[in-house]
Design a binder for this molecule. Structure first.
Ligand SMILES: Cc1cc2nc3c(=O)[nH]c(=O)nc-3n(C[C@H](O)[C@H](O)[C@H](O)COP(=O)(O)O)c2cc1C
Ligand code: SF4
Ligand code: SF4
Length: 295
């Protein structure tokens, strides 16, 4: 795991012995000494989560791997985002499939990544990687390759022998999924043939999120990061759309992995297009009632 190593340092002169930093440390790194001064004597390794730094009202805790120049005071609860505004933002995020030609700037992309990395991650591993593809020729190459893969799969579904071979390879369930998605796959292939784009929806930017496969929660954590990224994009007036049709095939195709800059030993966790929406959503709509169990 690439998490940096280090333990917090407590300034004994500033510390008021309130005990907050001890209470928030989930792995008991900080232990009060006989006088109540927290000392980093716990046995477990420090997660480098910074919670001890963030709760100290006296500014007495520092962490050697964290730069205080990057810290920002958080708004007090009464001035922060209201549930009403947040809920509006959540409803405003839609999968945008119409984009203008305007490119997303590097600065905007950096803001999105900055939002993404605020997400929770298993063992605070933060193992996510973001590959940002904005070169139109690279995007076209990726689209071409995916359309070719889907065309090949569609052709295999047609022939009796090839369908049987495919079924042996991927299983009956995957065949059923392919059948269900067939009209969409045909659309992707047809659009590619006629100069359209029903895969990346003409978006000028593609973000591929990947993580080392030896991180047991890498994929899950990456998904939370992408969720944050989508919300931040919505707040910035940008549009996003997850591209599962890319993720579904890219991991198993070496050429595509290369086009996407996926390193050896990384899982492809999500693909997201970003751009300036050429459509405005004026109202929220019904989502289906969730299946809920109170126990
Ligand atoms: C895992 C996942 C994969 C998706 N893949 C695609 C995709 O390949 N192409 C696409 O246009 N939308 C894709 N979507 C977007 C869904 O179709 C969309 O979220 C859903 O229809 C609800 O609409 P909304 O996002 O506008 O609320 C994907 C969504 C998820 C969560
Ligand atoms: S950084 Fe996190 S894990 Fe490390 S001592 Fe502080 S609260 Fe505990
Ligand atoms: S939170 Fe700050 S003031 Fe309170 S015990 Fe920890 S170091 Fe001391």
């Amino acid at each position: 795991m690439r998490r940096p190593e280090g333990r917090p340092v407590v300034d004994a002169d500033l510390c008021t012995r309130c005990g907050r930093c001890v209470r928030v440390c989930s792995v008991n790194v900080l232990q009060p000494d006989e006088e109540g001064l927290p000392v980093p004597d716990g046995e477990a390794p420090c997660f480098v989560c910074g919670q001890c730094v963030a709760v100290c009202p006296a500014g007495a805790v520092s962490h050697p791997v964290m730069n205080p120049e990057h810290f920002r005071d958080l708004l007090p609860a009464e001035e922060g985002v209201s549930p009403r505004l947040l809920f509006d933002l959540l409803r405003k995020r839609r999968s945008v499939r119409n984009y203008t030609d305007e490119q997303v700037t590097e600065e905007e992309m950096m803001q999105l990544v900055e939002a993404a990395v605020q997400a929770p991650s298993g063992l605070n591993a933060q193992s996510w990687h973001f590959t940002i593809i904005q070169d139109p020729q690279e995007l076209a190459r990726i689209r071409r390759r995916i359309a070719a893969i889907y065309l090949c799969l569609l052709n295999m579904l047609e022939g009796r022998v090839s369908r049987f071979m495919l079924r042996l390879n991927v299983g009956a369930e995957a065949i059923a999924t392919l059948e269900e998605a067939r009209p969409l796959l045909e659309d992707i292939v047809e659009a590619q043939r006629s100069g359209g784009d029903r895969l990346l929806w003409g978006a000028p930017t593609l973000v591929v999120v990947h993580s080392p496969e030896d991180d047991p929660t890498g994929i899950e954590s990456a998904h939370y990061a992408v969720g944050d990224m989508m919300l931040m994009a919505t707040a910035m007036g940008l549009g996003t759309c997850l591209i599962g049709f890319l993720t579904a095939v890219a991991e198993h195709d070496e050429r595509l992995r290369g086009f996407l800059g996926l390193p050896e030993g990384h899982t492809l966790d999500a693909a997201l297009v970003v751009g300036h929406p050429d459509v405005e959503y004026l109202t929220s709509v019904d989502k289906r009632a969730a299946a809920i169990n109170f126990i």
